[in-house]
Design a protein around this ligand. Structure first.
Ligand SMILES: Cc1cc2nc3c(=O)[nH]c(=O)nc-3n(C[C@H](O)[C@H](O)[C@H](O)COP(=O)(O)O)c2cc1C
Length: 178
């Protein structure tokens, strides 16, 4: 398998240095090319790079995530539109599509020497408020911290112990030949 796949992992230690704007654009450009049902592209990447915007996003995170994510120079709230724009019908695949876009961003991050770490530990209402989005039309699917890998010594002890690439289930457990 291409090394880009096992090379992606989710660190919690980040260097706080800002990400240059061309690199931020590159991340989003990668996400933009993700496939989606009816090419709806239901994703919206709400970017927080200024101190104010980052504080608003951090306030939506659970404490355990805020502890480490506050050092990441770029925080993203990934929203997905609930309905198809053309028909107004429920888009059951919006999450699948936004997930594809997230992984594109995460892999592109590795190409740029950055890491992206997704989080489900956030409050939906606070995240919608931080993104300025309405619950009738949008779901926030994940918060994402992006930056260069930092020094694990900066993390609290319990989080430092997690600062290592993960394992996976064996292939046999996730395949069923039909
Ligand atoms: C949708 C989603 C939600 C996650 N939520 C959190 C979270 O709230 N906090 C956290 O520290 N990590 C979170 N993670 C990171 C996962 O724990 C991590 O991706 C998984 O353990 C696999 O490890 P790896 O990404 O390092 O390969 C989340 C990942 C995904 C994809």
């Amino acid at each position: 398998v291409d090394p880009i796949f096992p090379d992606r992992w989710s660190p919690r230690a980040f260097q706080p240095d800002p990400i240059p704007e061309p690199q931020i654009r590159s991340l989003l450009e990668a996400a933009r090319w993700a496939p989606s049902c009816y090419n709806e592209q239901p994703w919206l990447f709400c970017l927080a790079a200024t101190p104010d915007a980052r504080e608003r996003v951090l306030a939506a995170l659970v404490e355990r995530n805020r502890l480490w994510a506050r050092r990441a120079p770029l925080l993203i709230l990934l929203a997905a539109r609930r309905t198809f724009t053309a028909t107004g019908k429920l888009n059951r695949h919006a999450g699948f599509d936004a997930g594809a876009a997230w992984l594109s961003l995460a892999l592109q991050a590795r190409r740029l020497g950055l890491h992206a770490h997704a989080m489900a530990g956030f409050n939906q209402d606070r995240a919608l408020a931080a993104a300025g989005l309405d619950r009738t039309d949008w779901d926030i699917l994940a918060a994402i911290a992006v930056g260069r890998h930092g020094d694990p010594a900066d993390l609290p002890d319990d989080l430092r112990a997690l600062e290592t690439p993960n394992t996976r289930k064996p292939l046999a457990d996730i395949i069923r030949w039909l």
